[in-house]
Design a protein around this ligand. Sequence first.
Ligand SMILES: [Zn+2]
Length: 233
Amino acid sequence: MFYGFGFDRYYLMLVVPAFLFSLYAQYKVKGAFSKYSNYLNSKGMTGAEMARYILSINGINDVSVEPTRGSLTDYYDPKTKVVRLSETVFSSTSIAAIGVAAHETGHAIQHNEGYGPLALRSSMVPVAGIGSSFGPYLAIFGLFFGSNLLLDVGLILFTVAVAFYLVTLPVEFNASSRAIAILEKSALFSDEEIKPVKKVLSSAAMTYVASAAVAMANLLRLLLLANSRRRND
Ligand SMILES: [Zn+2]
């Protein structure tokens, strides 16, 4: 037995609950988004108009707003300085679209201001990408073939990936709180309209917490497996 009973035990105790939590979070965000996609905002503003409005009141002229394919595929691209809104948000006048557009534009404002966690997150992208795709496999190979070198390289790479998920949290929370503050300050919408925006954004935030939890559960499992292996050496 190379690492015995621990394999399934840590997986069941750590990774499975985190994974179930992430499924639940995705279910909640899809539910909130589709519910408030049916509620049109009183100003008849589309997501794209909202994003352009927020950029202009913040004096940001070098960021464009473009549609992108899919649903819940919205993001801000700091490289090209484009707020990309999914087709369902770009041209929709729903309350959900307002919330998503304001959140993504929040990232553009972070970038414009040189907000630290966003810069840190962007700098981590290349290593984090490699770390999350190869780190766990290298570590498992290391455990399987008894190579401490492979195990350590895998664990280090995956730790960077987990750190990336953690740095993502303040970036996302901050973009949402900026979005809410802008909507409240603009006085375009009543509290009754802003309340569902908060619901959509907080359920979206939960999916980032869930992703971080899944990554941490996987890392902890690998560390515990590595520990029991080293004890058996
Ligand atoms: Zn975001």
